[in-house]
Design a protein around this ligand. Structure first.
Ligand code: GTP
Ligand code: MG
Length: 582
């Protein structure tokens, strides 16, 4: 993940003077039919609401439908490195010789690139037929015909640049900070964060296109393979800048061998056999890794990490700027992405809360792009889902209840694990819970700040706490491989850091009066306040304040008991201040 942390926030001065509605940034877009209107509509969203791209699309698409549609779009698309100065009209006119263009956009990533989607797949072939392999002085080009092209100008000086580029990066810390401080409420802050960080339509297209380009390379060995994105690129929880997880799906290749039967005959391919599935995976990834390294245009820094629990090939796709992890034989992870897609699509509060918590965790270095003893984004998402299953009434259904809604088509067993759950979103009843995001954020910190991690595990299948089956500090049951813990890597000290910060953040968010003061004294408030790094002074101050607050509460309580005024102390705020301590 290449998302910068929010650690710089402390060094920023708040320029926001009033808590008025902020002028939303004008989107740096493009000339794609269909997307401009969509973006204008997005900008017209009322305060406190955010278009997630799902709620208004009824009936809502299944994950597999969405993936197939996007894949088909990507196959009609090319990626073109452009000269810095280029006329958009002439560029489009030139390409239109090969067929009508459905849409296009430009972006910058150490150079100007265009993503051009034709209406028909044949146009790509036509364009490739009119494309030559470059001759390079001093070096030799390996002839490789892909859909990643380079446009050269015959006359370098004649063109004027009038291109608008689509943004592929998350907002700067300064901008994020300002937006959060201008927001009207914590709900508004969370929705703003979501809106600013979520993957854009263009970024999603670029992710599918990158998979499609890698698929073309892998197809040299496995012509029927499919390279599918999974993880946060597709599960609705992706942030701009997140990595691109790819799954090399060879099921088509495998299935073909079982389908060709006729009469009394059964034809099989002659194949090489290896002792285990793992060795087969390693061999396949090894050869694809070599291929990407030697022949993959724009694929750099290829690393074969074949001895990992889940073998993978990691590389950077320079043109798109994505850090890619290619795996195979990892279908359960694809199914987990589908499950998260369902949870993220069911209720608009889910994504806003997950983004808020992920950002908070990153800002406090609870998560990291380097593997280690820290909590992962995947685990954090599971914690939010579990928390939302525990609300009354629940905001999200348990995995077991999604299983009971499944029909025959949804039945799915992977490597002996039951992965059956309803795939049709329209069959899931919406929740009657109307709690605000502000309340949910506070309660999330309160809940996990006081969770009995020493004895209980988190289980989204049943939506209830269960006894931990082993002594791992944090136990989050893998929803499909139910004997596994997805957070086995988390150390006691990292868990304690999470708990301390959750308690501190719960306390900060409860200081309603401080919020009001903060606005007038230009201090960060609400979500912005909890994204600030927890410096030791602030922590001890918080602890002291908490202690003072608890002491004061107890003192007041005793006084009120004396004067028979106990009713005043049933206020939720008071109760919470004390419970945060425990
Ligand atoms: P980012 O941090 O934004 O990349 O989130 P992510 O959800 O993409 O996480 P990551 O890239 O680490 O992993 C990709 C996907 O692999 C996840 O979405 C899960 O579906 C799956 N995955 C990751 N970690 C685990 C794990 O520990 N157990 C299982 N079963 N699946 C995992
Ligand atoms: Mg990922």
């Amino acid at each position: 993940m290449a998302v910068p942390g929010v650690g710089l926030l402390t060094r920023l001065h708040l320029s926001a003077q009033r808590r008025t509605r902020v002028q939303r940034p004008i989107l740096r877009l493009l000339s794609c039919p269909g997307t401009v209107a969509e973006d204008l509509r997005r900008n017209e969203q009322p305060s406190g609401s955010v278009e997630t791209g799902f709620e208004d699309k009824i009936p809502r698409k299944r994950f597999s439908e969405m993936q197939n549609e996007r894949r088909e779009q990507a196959q009609r698309t090319v990626l073109i490195r452009c000269p810095e100065k280029i006329s958009e009209n002439k560029f489009l006119k030139y390409l239109s010789q090969h067929g009508p263009i459905n849409n296009h956009f430009f972006y910058e990533s150490f150079g100007l690139y265009a993503v051009v989607e034709f209406c028909r797949k044949e146009s790509v072939g036509s364009l490739q037929n009119g494309t030559r392999t470059p001759s390079v002085a001093m070096e030799t080009a390996i002839p490789f015909r892909s859909r990643f092209l380079s446009l050269k100008l015959k006359n370098q000086t004649s063109e004027q640049s009038c291109i608008q580029s689509s943004n592929q990066l998350p907002p700067s810390n300064r901008k994020l900070f300002e937006l959060l401080c201008y927001a009207e409420s914590i709900d508004d802050q969370l929705n703003t964060l979501l809106k600013e960080f979520q993957l854009t339509e263009e970024n999603t297209k670029l992710r599918y296109l990158t998979c499609s380009l890698i698929e073309d390379i892998a197809a040299a060995y496995f012509p029927d393979c499919v390279v599918r994105p999974f993880g946060s690129s597709v599960n609705t929880f992706g942030k701009l800048g997140c990595d691109l997880d790819m799954f090399l799906d060879l099921d088509e290749t495998r299935n073909l061998s079982t389908h060709k039967t006729s009469g009394n005959f059964l034809m099989e391919f002659q194949v090489k056999n290896v002792p285990s599935e793992r060795i087969a995976t390693q061999k396949i990834l090894s050869v694809i890794g070599e291929c990407l390294d030697h022949f993959g245009p724009g694929c750099v820094g290829v690393q074969k990490i074949l001895n990992a629990r889940c073998p993978l090939v990691r590389f950077s796709h320079q043109a798109s700027g994505f850090q890619c992890d290619l795996t195979t034989n990892n279908r359960i992870a694809l199914t987990s992405s589908e499950l998260l897609y369902i949870y993220g699509t069911l209720d608009s509060r889910v994504r806003a809360l997950v983004f808020g918590i992920r950002c908070w965790a990153r800002a406090h270095s609870l998560t990291s792009s380097i593997p280690g003893a820290w909590i992962t984004n995947f685990s954090l998402t599971m914690m939010v889902i579990f928390f939302l299953q525990r609300r009354s009434p629940p905001i999200l259904p348990t995995l077991d209840s999604l299983k009971t809604l499944a029909d025959a088509e949804d039945k799915c067993i992977i490597e002996g694990n039951n992965c059956t759950f309803v795939r049709d979103l329209n069959r899931i009843k919406p929740s009657g819970n109307t709690e605000t995001l502000e309340l949910l954020l506070k309660e999330f910190f309160e809940y996990f700040g006081n969770f009995a991690f020493n004895k209980n595990s988190i289980n989204i299948r049943q939506g209830r706490e269960q006894n931990k089956p082993d002594s791992s500090p944090l136990y989050i049951q893998n929803p499909f491989e139910t004997s596994l813990n997805i957070s086995k890597n988390v150390s006691q000290s990292q868990l304690q850091k999470f708990v301390d910060l959750a308690q501190e953040s719960a306390w900060v968010l409860q200081q309603k009066d401080t919020d009001r003061l903060s606005v007038s004294s230009h201090q960060p408030w609400g979500l912005a306040a909890i994204l600030l790094p927890s410096v030791p002074n602030r922590r001890s101050l918080t602890k002291k304040k908490r202690k003072r607050s608890a002491n004061e509460s107890i003192k007041n309580l005793l006084e009120s008991l004396k004067s028979n005024r106990t009713a005043n102390f049933t206020e939720t705020n008071e109760k919470r201040t004390i419970s945060t301590q425990t």
